[in-house]
Design a protein around this ligand. Structure first.
Ligand SMILES: C[S@@+](CC[C@H](N)C(=O)[O-])C[C@H]1O[C@@H](n2cnc3c(N)ncnc32)[C@H](O)[C@@H]1O
Length: 186
């Protein structure tokens, strides 16, 4: 499964073009005022690094983790272009366990692996922030995504209900449907 994902994403990232763009996710940008000015950050399945580089520019020591080396190569190139410093880690999240109490910030955009939820809560320090945004059930109307790749209604809210929810939205507009959350570990 992961080997197929690795190949799929390496192929997608092969060209010089940044398929997810060089600018951070609108949700991260819009809520950047909630970020601390320093600390350790983990960008889960960070791809070509747009969000990692943004977090680094805000003062975080960022690790961008992904299974696709072509994505991470572009993430480093983007960091260089924007005069930021990030660490890239080539790893398969199916088998990689996240260190306990390690990060002040976890970013997870456009990626869903429910078996990672417990790792995310463990790897965040108390007071740490989780920015999570990915597709919801409504997105099945517009794509050939499988049901297991998308969030149920309110799923992030329920999963992280013991966290302090600082921001939350569910959007179904212009053929896009996703949930976005900023939550703080107690
Ligand atoms: C839709 S992209 C999102 C990239 C980035 N988060 C963003 O929003 O720009 C999904 C990413 O998940 C990564 N990925 C898929 N399966 C993975 C796995 N098992 N372990 C680590 N990364 C994985 C892919 O390589 C790809 O970069």
């Amino acid at each position: 499964m992961s080997l197929k994902d690795k190949e799929k994403w390496n192929n997608k990232y092969e060209s010089g073009e940044y398929i997810t763009g060089k600018e951070p996710s609108a949700w991260l940008q819009a809520n950047a005022h909630l970020l601390a000015k320093s600390g350790k950050a983990l960008d889960i399945a960070g791809g070509e690094g747009r969000n990692s580089v943004f977090a680094a520019s805000k003062g975080y020591e960022v690790t961008c983790l992904d299974i696709a080396e072509n994505g991470l190569r572009k993430a480093q190139a983007l960091a260089q272009e924007k005069n930021a410093k990030i660490t890239t880690v080539l790893a398969d999240l199916d088998s990689k366990s996240l260190k306990t109490n390690e990060y002040d910030l976890v970013l997870c955009f456009n990626f869903l692996d429910r078996s990672l939820f417990s790792g995310i809560r463990q790897t965040l320090k108390s007071g740490g922030l989780l920015f999570y945004e990915t597709f919801t059930l409504d997105y099945l109307k517009y794509s050939n995504f499988k049901k297991e790749w998308v969030l149920e209604a309110n799923e992030l809210l329920q999963e992280f209900s013991d966290f302090r929810i600082l921001r939350y939205q569910e959007v179904d507009e212009n053929s896009k449907a996703f949930a976005s959350m900023v939550a703080q570990k107690p």
